[in-house]
Design a protein around this ligand. Sequence first.
Ligand SMILES: C[S@@+](CC[C@H](N)C(=O)[O-])C[C@H]1O[C@@H](n2cnc3c(N)ncnc32)[C@H](O)[C@@H]1O
Length: 233
Amino acid sequence: MSKQTRPHRNFYGRLKGKSLKAAQKRYLDEDLAALSPGAVGWEENPDRRPLDLPGLFEGKPVWLEIGFGGGEHLVHQAAQNPDIGIIGAEPYINGVAMLLGKIRRAGVENLAVHAGDARDLMDVLPAASIDRAFLLYPDPWPKARHHRRRFVTAEHLDPLARALKPGSVFRVATDIEDYVRQTLQEVPKHGFKWLANAPQDWRRPWPDWISTRYEQKALREGRTPHYLTFVRE
Ligand SMILES: C[S@@+](CC[C@H](N)C(=O)[O-])C[C@H]1O[C@@H](n2cnc3c(N)ncnc32)[C@H](O)[C@@H]1O
């Protein structure tokens, strides 16, 4: 493609929910390839061999964020913690595009992206390889008949528990009271213990917190954030 038709390199940050044009998608694919942990899909890795995380992040501890949305928390954590590597999973392609703009502006290099379902990524994470996981404002699935689609079900929690190191922390933020109920009921059944008062009580965000786009929307609409901390047993 000629220089004239090449999209502005900051276009990712200005999408604001618009659909990606074909040219933008092409550059997104190129940028994503550079950040991808690789060998996540069935085609590249039919045997589901575990990812080489020490190779990917030079042996640093590895954190995982599931459903990073626009990527504000993911980039914030990467920038604040240069001595860790962090992987984000998000299937919403405009969210991935927004993340790429933020990565470019922040200049962080300790971050990898899986632009897809977190379940595919968890399939190829080595057992006991992850030091911290974040599930921030997961899709609420409010209708009772859809509760089984929520992340806090065996289908997701078992592979997550397998990937996390014993003693590692799993943080969940949600503004939906029924999601709090299901989280407190289900997560402890899958090898986690709820730390009711550590390091803070559920009403207060973690000390290293940055508010996410979804949290801002929840606050504007009068809902109460809940910050739940679990430890992998
Ligand atoms: C309500 S949004 C919250 C986004 C962001 N964490 C925030 O707080 O602004 C939930 C996000 O989870 C993503 N998501 C849903 N199912 C997912 C899955 N199986 N794997 C990874 N992300 C998923 C959605 O695409 C969406 O971006």
